[in-house]
Design a protein around this ligand. Sequence first.
Ligand SMILES: C[S@@+](CC[C@H](N)C(=O)[O-])C[C@H]1O[C@@H](n2cnc3c(N)ncnc32)[C@H](O)[C@@H]1O
Length: 277
Amino acid sequence: MPLQPSTERAAALLPPDSSPLAREMAPGLKSLLVQAVSVLLWLMLGMPVLERIEVSLLPLQHALCIGIIAAGLGWAWQLPRWWLPINILFVPGLVTMNGLGLEPYWYLAIFALLLLVYWSVARTRVPLYLSSHKAWEAVAERLPASAVVADLGSGLGGLLHFLAQQRPDGRYVGMEIAPLPFLLSWLRMRLGSGCYEVRWASLWHVDLQPFDVVYAYLSPVPMADLWRKVQQEMRPGTLFISNTFQVPGVEPNEMVPLDDLHQSRLYIYRLSDVPVI
Ligand SMILES: C[S@@+](CC[C@H](N)C(=O)[O-])C[C@H]1O[C@@H](n2cnc3c(N)ncnc32)[C@H](O)[C@@H]1O
C-alpha cells in the first residue's frame, strides 16, 4: 500500500513547532541558563562564605555545589524531572573530563556523537530510550493479520526488526528524526532481513491514514498533539498504542502491564468512527 505524503491539512495539525509548549523556551536552553546562573551564584555568594569560614574545597567539590544549585534552580523553574541529574552532573562532568587531560578533539567527537543521537531533543522533547523485549512481544500479539504498522520515532529499529521476524505477514514502517539512530536502523534493515522500512522523517510530516496500527514510545510532551493527529488521520477500528505515556484525559480501551525493567505499560486506543470536531 503506498504511503501518501501528508496533506497540507495534516501538516497543519499542530506539529510540535506550533504547540504552545514548543513556543516556551526549550529545556536545554533553560538548563544552560540555569548552569550559568548557578556558577555566578557560587562565585558571588558560595565562595566568599567558604573563604570567610576558612573552608577550602577541591575543584570537584565546588563543581558538585554548583550542580546542586543548578538542580534546585531547575526544579524551581519546573524543568522536566529527567533534567535533574543532567543539571547536577553537568559541571562535575566538565571538571572530571578536564582532569583526564583528554585531547581537545575528543570533546569534539563526543559532542558530535551526542548531537547525532540527540539532534532534535531540544525541539521534540523526546530523547532516545528503547522499548523492552516484553513491549515488542505484547505489540506482536495484538497485531491483526497482515497489518500495516508504524513506529513513530523508531529509534534503532528494534521493534520493527522484531515484528518483521515474528509476523512476516505484516508491513512495518519506522520514522526517525535523529540522524545516528536512523542510520543504524537503516543499516540494520539493509544488512538484516530487510523486511521493514525506515525513513528519516519527522512523525508530524507523515500521514497516518494507511496504518492499521501506530506505535509510539515518546514522552508526555507530544501526546495531546499526537492524539489530535491520530484522530484526524487514522481510520475507525485501527489501533494507536502508546508505550508508557497516556493520552491526557482519554481512557484507553486496554492497558497492558509489561512487567519489564521499568514496569512500563502499553496504553491501547481503538479509533472510533465518531468524527473529530
Ligand atoms: C523513546 S525513543 C523510542 C524508540 C523506539 N520506538 C523504541 O520503542 O525502542 C523515541 C524516538 O523518537 C524519536 N523522535 C522524537 N521526535 C520525533 C519526531 N518528531 N519524528 C520522528 N522521530 C522522533 C527520537 O529521536 C527517539 O529516537
